[in-house]
Design a protein. Sequence first.
Lengths: 360, 229
Amino acid sequence: MTLAATLTEADRLRDFFVGRDAIVVQTDVLQSAETLLDLYGEDIRGRSYLTADPIRGEMVLRPDFTVPVVQMHMQSHADPARYTYAGKVFRKQDSDPDRANEFVQVGYEVFDGTNPALADAEVFAAIRDALGDLPLRAATGDIGILMAAVSGLRTSDDRKAALARHIWRPRRFRALLDRFGGRSPVPQTRAALLAAGDPFASAGPDIGKRSRMEVEFRIAALREDAATPPISGEELALLDTLMALRETSDHVLSQLRDIAVDLPAIGPAVMRLNARLDALEDYGVDVSTLEFEGSYGRTSLEYYDGFVFGFYAADDPTLPPVATGGRYDALTARLGEGKAVPAVGGVIRPDLVLRLRGTV
Amino acid sequence: MLKLGVPSKGRLMDKTFQWFGNRGVTLRKSGSDREYAGAVEGIEGVELVLLSAGEIPRELAAGRIQLGVTGSDLVREKLVNWENCVREMALLGFGGADLIIAVPQAWVDVDTLDDLDAAAAAFRAKHGHRLRIATKYHRLVREFLKHAGVADYALVDSQGATEGTVKNETAEAIADITSTGETLRANGLKILTDGMIHASQATLFRTSRRDWTMQQRETFKRLEAQLGL
């Protein structure tokens, strides 16, 4: 497939989003790395191409459009706003060299806080309509439900903060849950530390920037944690059920309503899901066949914090998703220095669209 | 000719020469001591190429040498999907060193990756920047910490004297190779109990590339037999 054909398809998709009231925006290919490094840390180094500019400092070949589009939006103060863009993004593919390390993306981003459920459905439907009748399977999830569940646990704020911090790292999240739930033993080193009369008896010299006070502060936090009762087996079981959900959306909704009886903190999030499914139905989406996975979107970058979705080739599970998207309110809060704007968006890969259409 | 890459100096070179010598293949530097040319005796068709240990992985992957001795840590750090680029032929039993994560002994609250992660979160909140880990093994360390789900750290490059970076406050922790841990202790550092990233040793590798001449194949078979592999 030629780049020219891909770009023609990208233009078609972008024009389609213009037809849905989006303004065309463009961003630089070379972005300052500082923002991305601050947001994502070392992960971004593993995933994108960084280069040093003697004057501008560390720069990165744009790994996606979302961050620069959000920055642009935060400066424009327009509200509501809809944007579309098309262009190349660049990703290192260390673990899978067969995947493309540069490819074209076409995006549609909606900054509109009046009715988030409606905006979620609008973006999902716009992407679906742009893709037409390709043989695709849609997957959806909602990270907001897990976040709400964590915030509603009957345990200390420190534990809840630790869990919330690792929602996007399922392994560490699981390890923390096991520890806080008393399912895994206390590490020997920690037990010894807490039992010691003077924890600093054999401490070496005070070197480095992390001070003695910070170490003492954490020991106090560890003592407090050791005195906190474990998260109850019932709550752990509810979280496990939540994360393992994998059903059609209408069934998930009724299951979540049952869970909300014992875990009332997820109530508002379940109501948002309900409103979203209603809005999706209004857009002609059949929610009785729409898949929902409780853990969908948890292995992507810390980005999405609500509705998440993807469109996959129905007959070729090896192909990367043809389109992905979701809600990223928290990202706008971090980039807007406290000023958050509810935002939801999605991207399509025109090269994969062409491939599926059989015009290779 | 079948090209064999060997580290060009130091203990790693001496021990490699010894290992081959014990198996009837004599390797030595030819000419003066400062010259990086080599000679091979005891087998026909093998050429000795003296290289920096750090360059041997790349040369193997590119197929410019067919065989090479280097640390298994260097192969893993320098080659993406190293299993597809080179194949291990023999562990040579020397040059042993562990790639580990070490933190100040004064951090009595940090002994595991779990502790490191928690300390990193608090450190970032207090100091406004990520907890810095000095290393030259960027890929290995990043992959290891990603797998373990450690967040809020940043790697800073350190090509030497890495143990000193904490005292100099250019990093809060380090990831480096150590054989006895002596230098770490002398610099007020301790190893995390579950922070072992890779146990490295000198290893004989062959390239996975298949563009060998008939003569190279034939020499390789004879060498394999002579080395008892």
